[in-house]
Design a protein. Structure first.
Length: 271
């Protein structure tokens, strides 16, 4: 009996300790363009673990660990909101920024336009408060502007690196060389309305992470540069892993068949 009482006391203390380590966050999410609520917004922690979603009224309630300092709010068509929690702030009311389309602009200009929209968020928050949509007129959490330029610049550098490698590979290839070209059959059987499997090229930007499938081994019988294309004319030696019949640009891929392959955007494997 005494042992049972001690055990229950320990269990109760442990349970109280777990409760003390949790906190409840209430919130509501609206959009910038019309100051209207957004249902279905995903709320995650910094480890990308889903904590909850907003309801039809844009509201949410989540229980989080006291150690959780950052919330990520995401919804299709909107920029992800990164919220840094303060210890005394349990009501998180957020205005989400629409993800704009910035064609033919430098990354620096894109960030200038995004920052301009970001700086309007506090005024929109106050508007929502005055309309009775938000409960608090003052934002009690921290939300920093995260520029896209570093990431876009990194992508641009990688793009230049890949294009240089493609150009160098094309330059080194000679007539008579053997190449292996991987293809996907994702579109699959009867895609063109016939009893054939349609092949598509893997992008040279895929990083070589294609699944094992159809690999066509060929001898180069010609090559040319036309405008911005890096074309090699290939004569097929083998079609390893390819379903029979498989087609590329309406041409059946089989031993002895000749086809033209543009290396500019498509992957090629080292022999």
């Amino acid at each position: 009996m005494r042992f049972t009482i001690i055990f229950m006391a320990i269990l109760l203390c442990f349970s109280d300790g777990l409760t003390a380590q949790m906190r409840t966050i209430y919130g509501r999410v609206i959009a910038t363009e019309d100051v209207d609520v957004i249902p279905g917004v995903r709320i995650l922690n910094n480890e990308k673990l889903l904590l909850g979603t907003t309801g039809q009224d844009g509201r949410f309630k989540i229980n989080i660990s006291q150690n959780t300092k950052i919330l990520l709010l995401s919804f299709i068509g909107y920029e992800r909101a990164v919220i840094k929690l303060n210890g005394d702030c349990d009501t998180i009311e957020v205005v989400m920024m629409l993800a704009g389309t910035y064609d033919f602009m430098s990354s620096r200009k894109v960030d200038r336009l995004r920052l301009k929209e970001f700086n309007k968020l506090s005024d929109l928050h106050l508007q929502a408060y005055n309309k009775g949509i938000f409960k608090k007129g003052v934002i009690c959490y921290t939300r920093e502007f995260i520029p896209d330029k570093p990431q876009l610049d990194s992508i641009g550098k990688e793009d230049i690196k890949i294009r240089r490698q493609i150009k160098l590979t094309f330059k080194k290839l000679d007539i008579g060389d053997t190449v292996k070209i991987p293809f996907s059959d994702a579109f699959g059987y009867k895609y063109d309305g016939t009893d054939r499997t349609t092949l598509t090229e893997y992008s040279s930007y895929s990083g070589g992470h294609h699944r094992k499938g159809c690999i066509i081994k060929s001898i180069i019988i010609g090559k040319n540069k036309y405008k911005r294309a890096y074309n090699i004319i290939c004569k097929i030696i083998s079609c390893d892993g390819c379903k029979d019949p498989s087609v590329l640009d309406s041409k059946v891929m089989k031993i002895g068949e000749v086809f033209t392959y543009n290396m500019r955007y498509s992957e090629i494997l080292n022999e």
